[in-house]
Design a protein around this ligand. Structure first.
Ligand SMILES: Cc1cc2nc3c(=O)[nH]c(=O)nc-3n(C[C@H](O)[C@H](O)[C@H](O)COP(=O)(O)OP(=O)(O)OC[C@H]3O[C@@H](n4cnc5c(N)ncnc54)[C@H](O)[C@@H]3O)c2cc1C
Length: 393
């Protein structure tokens, strides 16, 4: 029987950070994880460079049934606090775009930082440990695991969401919540590429690898970022972002010319280059292959622009400005970066992350119904929620 003040289940971003905080307060802490390696998502993140926070992170960058829940934790441990820690470790970083901060070298720098913080605080980590059962006792919790039996006063669940099962994701955290009577909101894959119906997929397949800047809109939300055509469908930051707002059956509205007015473009072409083919005019603003596919997809007549009626030009401009495409679905948890939904925030204290009705049981990170946009927000939630629990467990 091993006794600890605090057991954290899940050695990912939130769990390791929380463990270091609690250890630094003098609590004896052990982190348990079923995987061979800790922080696997961190290592994979940001294309191997970990987009570890966003300078402008605020509550408006998060999706949750309760938009207010994340405010307290985010305001008490801010992006600047984590940036300060990264600087203390001498980790070089840069802003890629839109406040997104990435390591110059490797995501491993962030995992090393977390491990050193745990070591400094005396928090120990045990990997390849399966949790077989959890029971509440008068003084805390008893855990039966594949390694030993553990007892603790505070139990922190930091097992993340369902995305990327290959990296060790499981529904464990939701099951623990349900075991203790907490409500878990329905989950779905988010920050995930779209798949297309066969007809659209066949027409657009030849564009695989091409990226264009767009405004992507769905359900009253719009992102201006790049859209990437892939051999399976649509990806790139604009599509990943809008996937978090998309429900099955919804159409996406895509403005493929966010920096130009297509009506003006065609009007100018008709007056200045009336003999130029429609494709030639559109080639000024799109890669050639994109133009060809749009013409095929929309059955536009590729004639000299002077031969196109005003009505036809309007229809073309409208389609470029408001391309409606109904995805077939998404690539699902296999490639999703995050999971929307999870432990209902109504069940938790926004100050401590403790379950309101289960003394000593905490939920932090992605397992909670707080999901960030693409751009470093999800790690910031892991740090902020891990910090909040780390002060009190
Ligand atoms: C490919 C990819 C790239 C990403 N890039 C970024 C990025 O650049 N910036 C950003 O902000 N966010 C990014 N994210 C999202 C970010 O990684 C997550 O939101 C974040 O890791 C969540 O932290 P967490 O600690 O809650 O969960 P995780 O980091 O997922 O950690 C959960 C831990 O729990 C363990 N675990 C799970 N089930 C069990 C079980 N049954 N028993 C024991 N242990 C268990 C897992 O092995 C894992 O170690 C990315 C995600 C992916 C998949």
């Amino acid at each position: 029987m091993i006794k600890r003040d605090v057991i954290v289940i899940g050695a990912g971003a939130a769990g390791l950070f929380c463990a270091a905080q609690a250890g630094a307060r003098g609590r004896s802490v052990e982190v348990l994880d079923h995987a061979k390696k800790v922080g696997r998502k961190i290592l994979m993140s940001g294309g191997g460079r970990c987009n570890f926070t966003n300078m402008y992170a605020g509550p408006e960058n998060f999706i949750s049934e309760n938009a207010h829940f994340c405010k307290s934790a985010l305001s008490r441990y801010t992006p600047w606090d984590f940036i300060g820690l990264v600087a203390d470790y001498g980790i070089a970083y840069h802003e890629k775009t839109l406040g997104q901060l990435f390591c110059d070298d490797s995501a491993k720098d962030i995992v090393d930082l977390l491990l050193k913080e745990c070591e400094k605080a005396g928090a120990t980590i045990t990997t390849r440990c399966d949790i077989l059962s959890i029971e509440k006792t008068d003084t805390g919790f008893t855990l039966l695991t594949s390694i030993d039996e553990y007892q603790c006063e505070s139990l922190v669940i930091a097992t993340g969401g369902l995305s990327m099962p290959k990296l060790g994701a499981t529904p464990f955290g939701y099951k623990v919540a349900e075991q203790f009577g907490l409500n878990v909101l329905p989950t779905r894959a988010a920050l995930v590429p779209f798949t297309l119906h066969d007809k659209d997929k066949d027409t657009l397949a030849e564009l695989s690898g091409i990226a264009v800047d767009v405004y992507a809109s769905c359900n009253d939300t719009t992102f201006k970022e790049a859209m990437l055509f892939t051999h399976r469908g649509l990806s790139g930051p604009a599509m990943l972002q809008i996937s978090s707002y998309w429900d099955a059956g919804d159409a996406l509205s895509i403005n493929t010319l966010p920096n130009d007015d297509p009506h003006e473009l065609l009007k100018t072409a008709r007056s200045e280059t009336p003999d130029a083919l429609l494709a030639t005019c559109l080639n000024k603003v799109f890669p050639k292959r994109v133009v060809q596919s749009f013409i095929t997809l929309n059955a536009w007549r590729n004639l000299p622009v002077k031969q196109l009626s005003h009505g036809e030009c309007d229809a073309i401009a409208n389609a470029l400005e408001n391309w409606q495409i109904k995805p077939n679905g998404t690539e699902g948890y296999r490639t999703a970066e995050v999971t929307i939904g999870g432990v209902n925030t109504d069940e938790l204290s926004s100050k401590t992350m403790m379950a309101k009705n289960v003394e000593g049981l905490y939920f932090i990170g992605e397992v909670v119904d707080v999901t960030g946009w693409l751009g470093g927000f999800n790690f910031q939630w892991a740090w902020s929620s891990g910090w909040a629990a780390g002060q009190v467990v």
